[in-house]
Design a protein around this ligand. Structure first.
Ligand code: MSP
Length: 524
């Protein structure tokens, strides 16, 4: 079996409820994953939870629970998120699982044996909130530390460190030679600038158990647990190892898949999707860890921007977060998926406003797509009993160019541009209705053949659109296929070629896809 196309999201800290930012990252990754499925790849899509470390330990203490009980309770809600967002995940990792722990420990053992670590005492300023030592360089102009770091204390501690200096030059070269290793471009420049202008400081990979108990025990140092970031990054290989990935299992001398289970070849990752705030961990520390372990590097690290709400940082304390599940309950999953992908190019920051969301819903989904599908299919029902009688190529060229542009933007990890390209076909088809005026043709018996052609063109365009839309709004695409009376899923890009509907095909019953929500209900 060939290697699967492997995509990951960051794994979320289990110290609160999911919000728009978490949902956004998962949705864009799902769109890219479904695009690959549609293009014929076998896909492995991983997401999950980051459960160790100080943040989680503190959140558990605040609730008077043990960290494990706290995680188990909260994980139920997080575990439901992929389903609620209609993600096609292949697995879901929790870093407290034994299958993850054994790989973290195998990595630590290997790197220790091969001389990548040393033990040293360090005195400095420590941010408990960010679980990191700070340096003089981190001070603001007035001498204080950014409130982002929370309380900063002076601390002297012995820990294990990972030597990073030997890795700086090859990493710079790798990023220079592989332009899409870090994208978008401005983020790549940022990482290169950081690597070229700073000497990498060694990474502290342990925490004394006496100070922080909630972590994976370090196999060669019983008084220590693993630094939460070292632990978390390993999830990207611990799950492949669990599925018997040959490269990971061989590098760590782990037993391959259980007997009778075919090993699933997934490593290296094709795309790690992460927020801009955690790019350094993924574009600097993670490649170095992989190189030291002896594993191939991922193909692309895709850094997305951050959402605000009403121009302000979303935060639990001010209560101005966007609850993805509430939006989904009110507007439907596809309206939410559509909006977040359409609103932002990957890399840009976004600003959620309820009014902006409602405006796109009405103009683009209800009036644009919904109206096109609804009127095309209802005219075929009204004028031809739901049966297509004659082929036509009126919009074949437009459909083909929308399809090829959509696919190429998706391959390029630009889902917003892909949506814009395919939307040009929706706009064009709505224009075509106005230009050809089928409701007038229907009144003139001499125009019967022309009406057949126009109806075919419209209904076939809806079919092509369903295929192109599937990675973005899969449930809607499937509804369009069902309304077209096609007993298959629109999940193969190859089906977007013009002419799929055969003469004599009868479509199914129809229903509005995106009902308007801005008109007063009758009687109110
Ligand atoms: N646990 C670490 C990641 C470890 S990956 C090996 C972490 N967790 S997090 O819960 O704080 O963030 C998870 C992801 O959500 C990150 O990629 C982060 O950038 C993203 N977002 C969190 N808030 C966000 C917004 N307001 N907007 C967009 N994405 C944001 O970091």
């Amino acid at each position: 079996m060939a290697k699967s196309f492997y995509l990951t999201t960051a794994i979320d800290y289990l110290n609160g409820q999911p919000h728009l930012g978490h949902a956004y990252e998962k949705i864009i990754t799902d769109v890219l994953a479904r695009a690959q499925i549609s293009l014929g790849e076998r896909v492995f899509f991983l997401t999950g939870l980051d459960e160790h470390g100080q943040k989680v330990q503190q959140a558990a203490m605040a609730e008077g629970k043990s960290p494990q009980a706290y995680c188990d309770d909260l994980a139920v809600e997080w575990r439901a998120l992929p389903g609620a967002l209609n993600l096609r995940i292949s697995d879901f990792v929790r870093t407290t699982e034994p299958r993850h722990r054994r790989v973290v420990q195998a990595v630590l053992t290997k790197l220790e044996k091969e001389g990548h670590f040393y033990k040293a005492e360090h005195s400095g300023f420590y941010s408990a909130r960010q679980e990191t030592f700070l340096t003089e360089k981190d001070r603001l102009q007035d001498g204080s530390f950014d409130p982002f770091y929370g309380e900063v204390i002076a601390l002297t501690e012995e820990n294990y460190y990972f030597k990073l200096a030997p890795h700086q030059d090859w990493l710079i070269r790798h990023i220079e030679e592989n332009p899409s290793f870090v994208s978008p471009e401005h983020r790549r420049n940022e990482v290169l600038g950081f690597l070229k202008n700073n000497k990498l400081e060694d990474l502290c990979v342990t925490r004394p158990r006496s100070r922080l108990g909630w972590g994976i025990p370090v196999p060669f140092a019983p008084d220590y647990v693993t630094y939460v970031w070292f632990d978390a990054l390993v999830n990207y290989i611990s799950v492949p190892a669990d599925h018997g990935d040959p490269e990971v299992c061989a590098a760590l001398a782990l037993p391959a898949a259980c007997e009778g289970v075919e090993p699933w070849e997934v490593w290296p990752a094709n795309i790690h999707v992460v927020g801009k705030d955690i790019l350094k961990f993924h574009a600097v520390y993670w490649p170095i860890m992989l190189k030291a372990i002896g594993l191939s590097l991922p193909t692309r690290i895709l850094a997305h921007g951050w959402w605000q709400r009403d121009g302000q940082r979303m935060s639990k304390s001010t209560g101005n977060t966007v609850d993805p599940l509430a939006v989904v309950a009110e507007w439907g999953i596809d309206a939410f998926r559509y909006y977040v992908v359409r609103e932002l190019a990957i890399g840009s920051d976004g600003n959620w406003t309820d009014a902006g969301f409602a405006a796109r819903y009405h103009s683009e989904l209800a009036n644009g797509l919904g109206n096109l599908v609804n009127r095309s299919l209802s005219m075929l029902h009204r004028y031809r009993d739901g049966v297509v009688l004659r082929k036509s190529d009126d919009l074949a060229a437009e459909a083909a160019s929308a399809a090829s542009e959509t696919a190429s933007h998706l391959r390029d990890c630009q889902p917003q541009a892909a949506l814009q390209a395919l939307w040009s076909l929706i706009t064009r088809a709505n224009q075509y209705v106005d230009q050809t005026a089928p409701f007038k043709l229907a009144k003139d018996p001499t125009q019967a053949i022309r009406l057949d052609e126009v109806l075919y063109t419209l209904v076939e365009t809806c079919r092509v659109l369903a295929v192109l839309l599937w990675p973005f709004i899969p449930a809607t695409a499937e509804k369009i296929y069902a309304q077209l009376g096609i007993d298959a899923a629109p999940d193969e890009f190859a089906r977007s070629s013009w002419g799929g509907l055969k003469v004599g095909h009868k479509i199914g019953p129809i229903a509005p896809l995106f009902p308007r929500k801005d008109q007063p209900k009758p009687g109110s």
